[in-house]
Design a binder for this molecule. Structure first.
Ligand code: TRP
Length: 340
């Protein structure tokens, strides 16, 4: 893939993907795979930081996320779909880069602080060094651009700092990776907090139409509105945020908004319409996904192939970084060289 800029990004396998992922990142991945040399990482080691006590869930999530990626349109013939744990150099480079990352700096990371608060975690060493592993993921493939949601920017900044430090100490080795931010607003969850796999407020790509409808009918709307005839708020109302994203009939959405503002249409009618729109918009993705998840061996084959293709680059970068840091390579060639 000569001449194309290299992209590396990934998602931790914390659970099946939801419509927030679809709108925020997955559609962007699909759009980038023609114009860029893309590596998409199924980041199961990152998922371990929060799921180390649930091995069965972790392994099934790896397949779920892979099925979601493919069903959204990631094409394994165009992009490399890599299983993070299957390439040991991710963990190895993370160990080396860990020497260049200060503990106080890692503790100041806002994502780290937020997650500790939200998930009420006892911080582990693995969790603290999450962004170091992420830096290793990116730098291992010499990733130049990293499409991410804005929640990942602090991690990316750290990856840039580590790359800079490495280059200063050992000579130029890594490009400083640049973010590509999605221009889509973050989709709120059905309760109007941000949509999250573990907050109970997500509509998953794998949900059935019935589950989707039930979730939509229970959605948070406009708390200031008591009667249908009360003028409602459209701004910041998740019903309309979803309609803006998923309803192709913009004119109809605009009429609904006017009616809502004027107190002429009830929540139930909008919700029924939205459920129909979502189910329609997701139906072919869901069919495709159901087919994929019913053949776990084919999903493993896809991961196997992508990982195989990525391996040489990972080995080469790791060997170079290790050598520059003064690690001797006792590989086949040196041993042969010594005895000749
Ligand atoms: N931290 C990212 C997330 O939570 C996942 C991830 C792992 C990642 N390695 C990466 C993202 C490398 C971008 C680049 O979704």
């Amino acid at each position: 893939m000569k001449g194309k800029k290299r992209i590396l990004t990934g998602q931790r396998t914390s659970g099946p993907r939801h419509i927030g992922h679809l709108v925020g990142t997955l559609r962007q991945y699909v759009a980038l795979q023609d114009s860029h040399d893309c590596y998409f990482l199924v980041a199961d080691l990152h998922a371990l930081t929060t799921h180390y006590d649930r091995p069965c869930e972790l392994s099934s999530n790896t397949l779920e996320v892979t099925a979601d990626f493919l069903a959204c349109g990631i094409n394994p013939d165009k992009a490399c779909l890599v299983l993070q744990s299957a390439i040991p150099e991710h963990a190895q480079l993370s160990l080396l880069l860990g020497m260049l990352a200060g503990v106080a700096r890692l503790e100041r990371n806002p994502t780290y602080k937020d997650q500790l608060r939200e998930l009420k975690l006892q911080p582990s060493l693995g969790f603290l060094s999450y962004p170091v592993l992420q830096a290793a993921d990116i730098l291992l493939y010499q990733g130049e651009y990293v499409p991410v949601g804005d929640d990942q920017l602090p991690h990316l900044e750290l990856a840039r700092e580590i790359a800079r430090r490495f280059n200063q100490l050992y000579g130029h080795t890594f490009p400083e990776p640049q973010p590509i931010l999605s221009n889509m607003p973050r989709l709120p969850g059905t309760d109007n907090r941000s949509m999250h796999t573990s907050y109970g407020n997500a509509i998953f790509l794998k949900d059935t139409p019935e589950e989707t409808t039930r979730k939509v009918m229970d959605m948070y709307t406009d708390p200031t509105r008591i009667h249908t005839s009360d003028p409602g708020h459209v701004e910041g109302n998740p019903l309309f945020v979803y309609l803006d994203q998923f309803d192709p009939d913009k004119e109809k959405v605009s009429k609904y908004k006017d009616a809502y503002l004027a107190g002429k249409v009830g929540d139930v009618e909008i919700k029924k319409h939205l459920a129909g729109v979502l189910n329609e918009s997701l139906s072919s993705l869901r069919e495709q996904r159901a087919r994929l998840i019913s053949k776990p061996d084919s999903l493993l084959d896809v991961l196997q192939n992508g990982t195989q293709r990525a391996r040489a680059q990972a080995e080469q970068t790791y060997a170079e970084a290790a050598r520059k840091m003064g690690i001797l390579a006792l590989n086949h060639k040196t041993i042969q060289g010594d005895t000749q």
